[in-house]
Design a protein around this ligand. Structure first.
Ligand code: UFG
Length: 328
């Protein structure tokens, strides 16, 4: 299938592009390189463009005879979204509306959307199922949920088939450790701890050591990027027979911040300096997925359920690219 990968030069999009190629699809990467890296696009055609530009999108859709769109282009920083909500609504919602309109005009029906566990906010119980109440507590989660609702109503017209995939903590590196995380600035725990182990930052701040969890630090559900991409392929296939799909993507196992730090120490053989810092606003103590729906309906199985193999793949990426993708 010919697939436009919006945001295909970013962390998840570049891994998805590699997975699509491996599965025999023909991806075309569409990215404005505002966050992504040209060097992360390897063997697929690349179109530099903005998904908020209707003409550019229509040209990419028609010119490449695109049959489905996978959409990863979004701003993803919770703190920044609280500071600048309108930027988040503009980029994550308004531009996605433009993209969906261009798809409608070009007769492209299938859409796989990168959503997030942040749509659930501070859930009262874990693990989280797809029917857990959607109560985002920040503009980032709210904008992702707004797009899911927009897709829902658009699908009711019969002109869209979509899958919303709600990621828990995407991490690790794919394609043999060559496609990894390089956010600027970096805010995600695993790359931060790895950078500290490499001596590229002084140490790691633990944001809160007084949570009601076994070791006092927050617990998250870390999911390897290649497992995540596998679920996208399965969801895309299922859109032939379905108009509307939503799945949580996680392993269902929680690891604490301290466990992540210890795993990086073990994998790298290096020490990591740690300081306890105040809680980061908006962090729920525990977020774990009930992903049984994806396993049941898609036949999804994860290949890297343990933290050690996830961290090893990330370590490999950072070791081989200490500067990340560099200035490209
Ligand atoms: N943490 C630290 N120190 C750091 C960085 C993170 O202690 O330097 C802690 C955080 O407080 C949190 C955990 O490590 O408890 C994981 O933090 P990340 O920022 O790596 O990931 P989040 O769980 O906050 O965020 C992830 C996604 C977001 C998404 C969110 C909600 O990266 O895009 O889940 O589902 F919004």
């Amino acid at each position: 299938m010919k697939i436009l990968v919006c945001g295909g030069a970013g962390y998840i999009g570049s891994n998805m592009t590699a997975a699509l190629l491996k599965a025999g699809h023909s991806p075309v990467v569409f990215d404005n390189l505002s966050k992504g890296h040209r060097a992360a696009v390897k063997d697929a055609p690349f179109v530099e463009g903005d998904f908020g530009d209707p003409e550019a999108i229509r040209k990419a859709l028609r010119g490449n005879r695109i049959e489905a769109v996978m959409h990863f282009a979004a701003f993803i920083e919770v703190g920044e979204s609280v500071e600048s909500p309108l930027r988040y609504y503009e980029n994550n919602v308004s531009r996605t509306r433009t993209l969906l309109q261009a798809m409608e005009e070009c007769g492209v029906e299938k859409f796989v959307f990168s959503s997030t566990a942040a749509v659930y906010g501070m859930p009262e119980t874990v693990p989280i199922t797809e029917s857990t109440a959607k109560r985002p507590i920040n503009p980032y989660g709210e904008t992702k949920w707004a797009v899911e609702r927009m897709c829902h109503f658009q699908s009711m017209t019969g002109r869209l088939r979509y899958a919303a995939l709600r990621y828990f903590n995407a991490c690790g590196a794919g394609s043999g450790g060559t496609l990894g995380e390089d956010h600027r600035p970096e805010s995600h725990l695993i790359p931060i701890v790895i950078q500290a182990a490499m001596g590229r930052r002084d140490g790691v701040k633990i944001f809160g050591a007084d949570y009601p969890t076994p070791d006092g630090t927050c617990v998250r559900d870390y999911i390897h990027i290649e497992d995540l991409c596998k679920a996208h392929l399965l969801a895309l296939g299922k859109l032939d027979g379905e108009r509307e799909l939503a799945y949580n993507l996680g392993n269902g196992t929680g690891y604490s911040v301290r466990q992540v730090i210890d795993t990086v120490r073990r994998v790298s053989g290096k020490d990591v300096k740690v300081v306890e810092a105040p809680r980061r606003p908006g962090d729920p103590p525990v977020l774990t997925a009930d992903a049984s729906k994806a396993r049941r309906e898609l036949g999804w199985k994860t290949d890297f359920p343990d933290l050690e193999s996830i961290v090893s793949s990330a370590w490999k990426f950072h070791e081989s690219r200490p500067e990340g993708y560099g200035r490209d």
